[in-house]
Write a protein that binds this ligand. Structure first.
Ligand code: MIC
Ligand code: SF4
Length: 647
């Protein structure tokens, strides 16, 4: 068996382990972050459990930490009180980024983890089966329920050789993205193996599994070996180690061999992580902003590399250079070694240990600016500046550009031997609250609800027939950042009626009003899209808010995994065109009818769409398990639970 199937088998609750079949997995650990967490916990509260039923659940605050207005602080207080009551560990704002912290302090080889954040596969760097999920799926797992996925096809990435100085893990995942692209990988897992694995430390492996998300795969996983043990030992957690690897004769869908010694410094160019080029082809391009941080590249290994490369140097006067460390541990360790100073002396803007710039919360670049970032997404406008050109690079390439003011090759600029982490990190868990009551909770604790804490909207059962309007028609690779923008709008996450005003804001700001007018007139709303609809974030608001606006179906050429699951959870039918060419049959504003939408959804999934403008009919298909059919017919998972339990 390959490693992925070993991890799945040891957690299989139901289903047959055959690629393409729906399977249910027992979930050992969950994580949430604040932007998705508030809604996940509101849903969890509705489920009526007295405590979290997992081995470990952690609630992190790392996304909304800029706090302009009262909303974010209200959310933090709500999250803290929920954690206390229900036996969930609470990571205070300022402690760091969820994925970095979870890797350092809680991840365990062989365990399953789901998180309400698409970069949860970071834990794959430790040999976990770690997956991103919608908040409602995380709430279900906290309530003791299983997590459903499609049994994956497993690709083996066979690593040989070792990286050259100046080349690092970010370049490796960019090389994998160059080969596989950012779409067309739904239902796959990337499993890393081969003699080259031993040369990568755990934080480097985690960079690779983290950004593996941008491939659109279910997750990525590394074996757990002596290097994994060394990392856990340095974290004072050697007893959490267990060795894990694929069998010698394991089977895979295919093998991609990558010689690490041949990997070149790479960059993802605007505006997609799959748009990869070599740094060599970009050398000399003027750079306005350089930012180091995000859950991809903010570890001790990354920041120490940056600090050493900056020693005694000054940032180029035309470059704004910021550093957002991944955790307090990283900061404290660099301070202890006298290296944090290098950053400040060089002229870095020291940013909070949080997501910050990565989600467009701040540090938006200037008009038409070129921004080099060590993060994992460069979708148009995500930085907060639509005309900015964001390139995703390694920390080494970031420093080379910050010093010279232009894209520069880090292998010639200042190659450096790889940084090793210490035998023992300084450990200070004081910003994790309620560890002693984890899994038990404090039933008497009061939940704090400021005015920003809204309600979970109810869904309505799917009508037998649907009269609808094509409320919007979009093209390929529409991301959840297009559907439900983050950045300045993030603070409304716990208030659906307000947040829903911004659905499709970057594409068509009139969408909200049109949908509500249709809804009031008893007309449904349908979204028509091209390939890879719903790329990127796990944010369930990209389904929840459209549900609130009366969207009943998406018809796309293809839909990405987490988003498709979120659509089901909120009662929106995820259809694909039977014939992709029929995309051209539909136009924005078309009046359509779907006379058999409910019976088709409950049956073989093939539904008819009649188009009033042309008088033509097309066929669309929803590929759903029986479980998913029942959820959609009921109007979503919460509506289904309500019908069953009355709550
Ligand atoms: C992201 O990187 O897009 C986010 C913000 O972390 C999201 C979660 C969210 O939208 O809150 C993700 O990756 O799932
Ligand atoms: Fe935070 Fe950015 Fe990572 Fe998302 S990708 S979890 S916003 S650091």
């Amino acid at each position: 068996m390959n490693l992925t199937y070993k991890l799945i088998s040891s957690h299989l609750v139901s289903g047959t382990l055959e690629p393409g079949a729906e399977i249910a997995l027992k979930i050992d650990q969950t994580l949430t972050q604040d932007a998705t967490g508030t809604m996940a916990y509101l849903q969890f509260e509705r489920m009526g459990c007295d405590r979290a039923k997992t081995e470990l659940s952690v609630s992190y605050v790392d996304h909304n930490t800029v706090q302009v207005g009262f909303e974010n602080a209200d959310d933090h207080a709500y999250l803290q009180s929920v954690a206390r009551k229900y036996g969930i560990v609470f990571s205070r704002p300022g402690n760091g980024i969820c994925h970095q912290l979870h890797l350092e302090r809680f991840g365990k080889p062989g365990k399953t983890l789901i998180g309400s954040d698409s970069h949860t596969p970071t834990g794959g760097g430790l040999g976990m089966l770690a997956m991103g999920a919608g908040g409602l799926d995380v709430a279900v797992a906290m309530a003791g329920g299983p997590y459903y996925i499609t049994a994956p096809r497993v690709v083996r990435v066979w690593l040989v050789g070792a990286l050259r100085p100046g080349v690092s893990a970010k370049d490796v995942i960019l090389a994998v993205l160059a080969r596989y692209g950012s779409s067309g990988n739904v239902g796959r897992v990337m499993e890393y193996a081969g003699p080259g694995v031993a040369s990568l430390d755990v934080p480097s492996r985690a960079t690779i599994t983290n950004m593996g998300t941008e491939l659109g795969v279910t997750t990525s996983v590394f074996p757990s070996d002596e290097e994994t043990r060394r990392f856990l030992k340095a974290q004072g957690r050697e007893s959490d180690w267990t060795p894990l690897a694929a069998d010698e004769d394991a089977e895979y869908e295919e093998t991609f061999e990558l010689d690490l010694s041949k990997v070149e410094p790479m960059a993802a160019c605007p505006h997609n992580p799959g748009n990869v080029a070599t740094i060599a082809s970009l050398v000399g391009k003027k750079v306005n902003q350089v930012l180091v941080g995000s859950c991809t590249n903010s570890s001790y290994r990354d920041l120490k590399t940056v600090a050493l490369l900056l020693k005694g140097k000054r940032i180029h006067p035309d470059v704004s250079f910021g550093v957002a460390p991944g955790s307090r541990q990283v900061v404290l360790e660099l301070m202890r070694e006298g290296l944090f100073q290098n950053l400040v002396e060089a002229g870095a803007r020291i940013l909070e240990n949080a997501c910050g710039f990565c989600i467009g919360n701040h540090q938006s670049p200037g008009t038409d600016a070129v921004s080099l970032r060590t993060s994992n997404r460069n979708f148009e406008g995500r930085s907060g500046t639509k005309s900015a050109k964001v390139y995703l690079v390694s920390p080494e390439s970031a420093v080379a550009a910050a010093l010279s003011g232009v894209v520069s090759d880090p292998t010639t600029a200042a190659p450096m031997a790889p940084v090793r982490f210490p035998d023992r990190f300084g450990i200070d868990d004081s910003m994790f609250l309620y560890r002693e009551t984890a899994g038990v909770g404090d039933p008497a604790a009061e939940i704090v609800r400021g005015p920003n804490i809204g309600e979970v909207p109810d869904g309505a059962p799917l009508p037998a027939a649907l009269d609808a309007q094509v409320a919007i028609k979009v093209g390929d690779k529409i991301t959840t950042d297009h559907i439900m923008p983050a950045g300045a709008r993030l603070k409304f996450r716990s208030n659906v009626p307000v947040y829903a005003k911004y659905v499709f804001e970057p594409v068509d700001p009139t969408f909200h009003d049109r949908c509500l007018a249709n809804k009031a007139a008893g007309v449904g709303n349908v979204i028509v899209a091209g390939e890879s609809y719903g790329q990127g974030s796990s944010r369930e608001h990209a389904a929840l808010c459209p549900m609130y606006l009366g969207v009943r179906a998406v018809i796309a050429k293809s839909i990405e995994r987490i988003h498709a699951a979120n659509l089901v959870n909120f009662g929106i039918v995820p259809f694909t065109f039977e014939n992709p060419g029929d995309f051209d049959e539909l136009a924005a504003g078309d009046a359509i009818s779907m006379p058999d939408i409910a019976s088709a959804t409950a049956g073989d999934g093939v539904a008819e769409v009649r188009i009033a403008r042309t008088g033509r009919s097309i066929k669309v298909r929803a590929t759903l398990s029986n479980r998913q059919k029942a959820i959609i017919i009921a109007g979503g998972l919460m509506a289904q639970r309500k019908a069953a339990t009355g709550a």
